[in-house]
Write a protein that binds this ligand. Structure first.
Ligand SMILES: [Zn+2]
Ligand SMILES: [Zn+2]
Length: 188
């Protein structure tokens, strides 16, 4: 069975060198859906608590919300960083508080201090799905990711790998046989 979590992401981007209006900087509210597949955990009768999927994913996905997403070779990147630098907000500002964990993968690097994500490929809906899977595949048993943004939508299905050992009392993933939330210990 699957547990499904949904996220709204508001971001600005452009398709650098794309022949069309999307080559200009513009914004979207994108909707990301992550489906996590596993056995139903009999203790709590859930695959996985959706608020826990939210928490796990959002700590990283927050980087894409109210953020600017640019490709690494886009000349807007040095231009914008130059303005941020001059203004003294490139390395953070006390009012910039909704920050995700900084991350760096093959496909994307997040700079939470200036609300910027730099991507290797153009950040289309397909590109976003690749980035999200790469970020979360080791943390969640992902079966499907869907991303819609404006009139664009894409989805990809994955073969979930094995089963995650979960707490029978609160449903979250056990760490070395112990529940990080309630302290439940798995009988060996
Ligand atoms: Zn767009
Ligand atoms: Zn627990």
């Amino acid at each position: 069975m699957r547990s499904i979590a949904t996220f709204d992401l508001q971001y600005a981007h452009r398709f650098y060198r794309f022949r069309g209006e999307a080559q200009y900087l513009h914004g979207h509210t994108g909707r990301l859906t992550i489906e996590v597949e596993d056995t139903v955990n009999p203790g709590v009768n859930m695959v996985f608590p959706c608020n826990e999927i939210q928490k796990t994913a959002w700590s990283l996905l927050k980087n894409f919300d109210h953020a600017l997403i640019l490709r690494e070779d886009d000349p807007l990147l040095p231009a914008i960083l130059g303005v941020y630098e001059k203004q003294g907000i490139k390395d953070g500002d006390p009012t910039n508080t909704m920050k995700g964990f900084a991350f760096k993968t093959e496909l994307a690097t997040a700079y939470p201090d200036c609300r910027l994500v730099v991507t290797k490929e153009t950040m289309t809906v397909e590109g976003m799905i690749k980035i999200v899977y790469d970020l979360l595949k080791d943390k969640l048993n992902i079966a499907k990711i869907t991303f819609t943004s404006g009139v664009n939508a894409a989805s990809e299905e994955y073969e979930p790998t094995g089963t995650i050992d979960r707490c029978p009392l609160c449903g979250i993933a056990l760490v070395d046989g112990v529940c990080p939330k309630c302290g439940y210990k798995k009988q060996k």
